[in-house]
Design a protein around this ligand. Structure first.
Ligand SMILES: [Zn+2]
Length: 245
């Protein structure tokens, strides 16, 4: 159903799922005051849902706005929006299969975006979705040498989406990472385990030369481990709702 403002009705359950995703990402140390998570609109594939400009931990259902594929809010009513919303819009435009996007400045992944010789690769089964390794987006290729590193235009968002290709994640040099998935829970799961894989890889590299998963092991591990995402989601959700005791 489309309202007079051009927005599409969203049921409370979907809105709450996105609120919970914001809180889980904070609770698990993936986002802090910065970073954001979006989902494609469940009733209109040409729209997506993203909070207004605020810290993820503080997001409520009332803070979630609808955006078009141009990255602009449909009816923001004067509320400020994230500068980097074009990360989301351009990935949704380029990838019809993507239903959710997480963007973070997760600490453990940052080093892998700035040391060319250290490629982020699947070190353990929970990071198997990293496949043959995570590419690095170099903003200088599009914005030159004087940018503030933020994806603040459609052009930059499109360049990021192009480098992401059909993969599930991409590092952003000197900035952070972006994760795309076919569902909100999988995007959150991968954002959490991408950070964990990065931390473990840093430790392993201090010990010696790590042995990574083969592409075949990665493929097998993704299908077995990611069949159990709901198990983790249920626990993460209860924790942020204060119900774990
Ligand atoms: Zn950012």
């Amino acid at each position: 159903m489309t309202s007079d403002a051009g927005t599409n009705a969203v049921d409370a359950e979907h809105l709450q799922e996105l609120v919970v995703a914001n809180r889980i990402l904070f609770d698990q140390g993936v986002v802090d005051a910065f970073g954001h998570v979006s989902m494609r609109h469940p009733a209109n594939a040409d729209r997506f849902l993203l909070a207004r400009n605020m810290a993820p931990r503080l997001v409520t259902a009332d803070d979630i706005l609808e955006f078009g594929m141009d990255g602009e809010p449909v009816a923001a009513a004067g509320r400020a929006v994230y500068i980097e919303r074009y990360i989301h819009s351009e990935i949704y435009r380029a990838r019809p299969d993507v239903k959710a996007v997480v963007h973070s400045h997760a600490q453990a992944v940052i080093p892998f975006g700035v040391v060319a010789a250290a490629k982020l690769r699947p070190l353990f089964h929970m990071g198997a979705f990293l496949g043959e390794g995570c590419p690095v987006f170099e903003i200088r290729d599009t914005a030159g040498r004087g940018s503030d590193l933020l994806i603040r235009s459609r052009e930059l968002g499109a360049a990021l989406a192009r480098d992401l290709g059909q993969r599930s994640s991409i590092l952003m040099r000197g900035h952070g990472a972006t994760i795309a998935a076919d569902g909100l829970r999988r995007a959150v799961y991968r954002a959490i385990y991408m950070q964990m894989n990065a931390a473990l890889q840093t430790t392993a590299m201090q010990l010696g030369d790590p042995e990574f998963l083969t592409p075949e092991e990665s493929e097998a591990a993704v299908s077995s481990v990611e069949g159990q995402i709901d198990r983790a989601w249920t626990m993460w959700r209860l924790k942020v709702e204060g119900k774990l005791g």
